[in-house]
Structure formats: structure tokens, C-alpha cells
Design a binder for this molecule. Sequence first.
Ligand code: XMP
Length: 529
Amino acid sequence: MARSFESELPQARILVLDFGSQYTQLIARRVREAGVYSAIYPFDVSLDAIFQFQPSGVILSGGPATVTEKFTARVAPEVLKMGVPVLGICYGMQTMVAQLGGKVENALVHEYGHTPIQLIGNCELFANATQKHGGHDASAMDVWMSHGDRVIELPDGFERLAESAASPYAAVGDAKRQLYGLQFHPEVTHTVGGTNILQGFLRDICHCSTNWQTDSIIESQIDIIRETVGQDRVILALSGGVDSSVCAALIYRAIGDQLTSIFVDTGLLRLHEAKSVQQSMSNEFGMDINVVDAQDRFFDALEGVADPESKRKIIGRTFIDIFQEEAQKLSGVKWLAQGTIYPDVIESAGTSTEKAKVIKSHHNVGGLPETMQLELLEPLRELFKDEVREVGRELGLSPEIVNRHPFPGPGLGVRILGEVKKEYAGMLRLADAIFLEELVRNDLYYEASQAFAVFLPIKSVGVVGDNRAYDYVISLRAVQTQDFMTARCMRIPFEVLEAIATRIANEVPGISRVVYDVSSKPPATIEWE
Ligand code: XMP
């Protein structure tokens, strides 16, 4: 059998079955941080896939539904009889309890946020959590709850392991069958000692060895890439973002010049982007990059188009056309490398019942067409973003690349509202660079998850020297977020904002007014278009 990433996985593996909780990815990340490989599958994945994965333990995530309704999600009964430990969290615990004969009701008092619980008995699940975090009373814990339903009756064989004021069964377990349930969320940092509870589950209950590390990933990936690709050529669309850069560096380490990286200058990039990507990847790394200057082609294609969705589609299509043309100039290319990472894989899998609404059609340089008839090489598809960053650091990529904020595929195209013009892109690029430079100078860059400037094609009256100005407006946006699904605006000190506004108005011809966007997501999105 050919080696694949799956065949290289460590023996200890935890399967997280996803019932739609906003915290599911966090559970899998916490497990990996504890040194155990984990994967997320939708709750209704086939039994074959579950058995094939050979989990050392299963975690059932929380979810938005209620088990008090008949047709909501359930775990396959076989999972509870597989003979491997199962930990149900929130909805995961409720469905496990209800399916095994216990009772769940819609509680009169809902618990959201910090909640004190009292442990009962000495379950090994809590052994480390209470020793380190118990304070004076070793059986008291402060946990994070987020639920409306509660368990009111246990199935046979289960014991109560903890209670809170509103939840008589805040934690439950059946030591014989190795089934455990937590009404609260151990994966969020607000649960003091939560990580220790998960570690207790992994080490003491599932008996997992804890040797999952990014350096072992690099070595095995390099071997797999070499074996998979042989003497063939590989192409990759390099965007300068973290994922495609780490992907390129890893593949280059494995097969050297058999890799051709193509960087398309769309004219919608940040200041000096093309140059700095080239510098860091080719000068520091020795990697050759084909830089294609396609600025005019993008501006021509976007002329007269104001609708955000149409702009996104045009940018995506133009990109693909150019990439295909470049690929055709090379001979013997068999593989297309993409910086797909694990959250992309999870998001595109979804559950068989899910119907997602398209808010924005994302253009990723990764999303290249099947018509190219190339085989896909995706060495990062098992990794979370922080693991990708770790791999990048270990490969020797510069901190500027590894730690930079995300930048959307359509680039400044979705940060110039309405019609995109070269002249607007020029002003925006300068304003954006000043904003980021000042954040770095004030040690605020890494406090923001993403920060950028937006060009508003409206004119306002100003006064410059003794003259009347009638110029465009720049909006600054900086957000803090864990997962980019929800975000809040960053509270940048006012003096810093004021200094940035002054610099932009003084240094960017055509701009006389700067505003700060204080919206959260939702209702706003992070990008303006
Ligand atoms: P929104 O605006 O949807 O953005 O709140 C969430 C995150 O996604 C990024 N984004 C994109 N990334 N291609 C990408 O690769 C896209 O088309 C795209 N649109 C938005 C955005 O910058 C933020 O980090």
C-alpha cells in the first residue's frame, strides 16, 4: 500500500464527532496540544470510517440542538459499544445519556458563563484538574457552561461525578463501560483546569501516548512527498500567506527544484508584497519563483464592475486563467500543490444534513479548477493553523511570514468598495502600510487578529493648508477573534489612532479623512465586501 499521511499517524488517536458546536475545533486543538493526534468527523459519518480510524477514544462535541426533540442528531449506538472510552461534552453528554436510557429536560434555569461546580467522589478524570486548580476546596471547580437542557436521570451503571446549582448532573461517568459526560466545556480557557480534565481523559482513561509533535510531521511529510511525487514536477500558487508559504517551503525541502512556485501580482496586493515574498522565499530559501505581473489584466477585467460578488468571481477567474497559462508553459507537471489546512477540510466536509448559506464566495488561490487534470498534493491538510505556523518556524521561515495576519484571496479588490481602479488601489496600499507600520511600532500588530485599511470611494470636504480639499475617505479596521467566525473590533488606544489618521492624511495624496470601524462580526463581516 502506498504511504499516505493517514498511514503515518501515531497509534494514539482521538476522534471528535461533531454535533455542530462552535467549540469543536477547539476540542481537537486541545487534544493535539496535549500531544495526541485528533481528527474531527461529522456526527453522522459512516461506521466504516469510524472503525477504520481506530480511535483510542471518542469525544462527542456540544451542539446547538436539543435532545428533547425527536429528530435531532444522535450518535451511532455502535460508538457507545465499541469498547473505547467516550467523553460527551454538553450536547454530546446529553445525547449519550438519553440514548442509554437516562432523561434530559429543558431546564427552567439556563446556565451560561462561569459556573461553580462541586465534584463528587474521586474520578480520575478530575485528578489533575483539582490538584492544581482547586484552591482551598479541592472538590470545587469554576467551569464554563453554555446550555439550556440538563440531565435529570442517569442510565444504569452511571454515577454522578459533579453538580452545580442548576445542573444536578454536571459531570457523569460509567467507569466500567468507560463512558463519561461533562455538562460544561473543558476545552475553553474559562474552565479553570479544563485542559487537565482533557489530559486526564487522554492519559488515564484512554491510555494514549503523548508524542504528536510538529517536527515529526515534517520528517514524515518530506518522505511522503518524495515517494508520492517521484521525479514528477509540481506547481504551486504562492500567495505569500502563511499556508501557501509553509506548503512551498515544505515541498521545496522535499524535492527542491522539481517544485515551481507561481506568484501572480494582481495589483491588489499590499505594499511591496510581491517583492517581499520573492525576497523571503527566493533569497533566504533559495527557491525560484515565477512572478507574473498581471496587474493591468486584473484592472481591465474589473473595469466598471461594482458588485462585490461579481468582483470576487472575476478576480477568481482571472487568477485561474493566468495560473493555467503559466502551468502550460511548463512541461511534465503532474501535481498541483495546495496549502489546504485542516479547518478547510472540515468546513468543506460539513455533515450530510447541513445546509450552509453563502455569505461570500471565497476565492482562495488554492481553489484551482479540476479541468487542469493535475493530482493534488496537500501536505498540510491534517494541520491546524497554529501547527502550520509551528512547521513554518521549524522550516526556518521568517517570523514576518509565519505570524502575519490573514489576507483574503481577492486582496484589495474587496477593500475598495464598488468599482476597483488602479488609482484607488495605490492610495489604499499606502494607507494600509502606514496603519500596519504604526501597529507594529506600538506593539499592537500581534494583538490584532487582522488589521487593514478600506478605501471608501466617497469624497468629503477638508482643508489642507489654506486650501479646500475634496478628497476620499479611508476606514481602518482591526479585529480580535479566535476563529474569524465571530470577531470584535479592537480597542486601539485613541492617541495611536489619531497619529495614524494624521499620517495617512499627510502622506497619502487624495485622502483627507480617516474613520475607524467599530463594528463587530456579526452583524458586520470582517471584510467590507
Ligand atoms: P469575513 O469578511 O467573511 O472574513 O468576515 C473572514 C475571514 O476570511 C477572510 N476572507 C477571505 N479569505 N478568500 C480568502 O482566502 C476570500 O475570498 C476571503 N474573503 C474573506 C477575511 O480576510 C477574514 O480573515
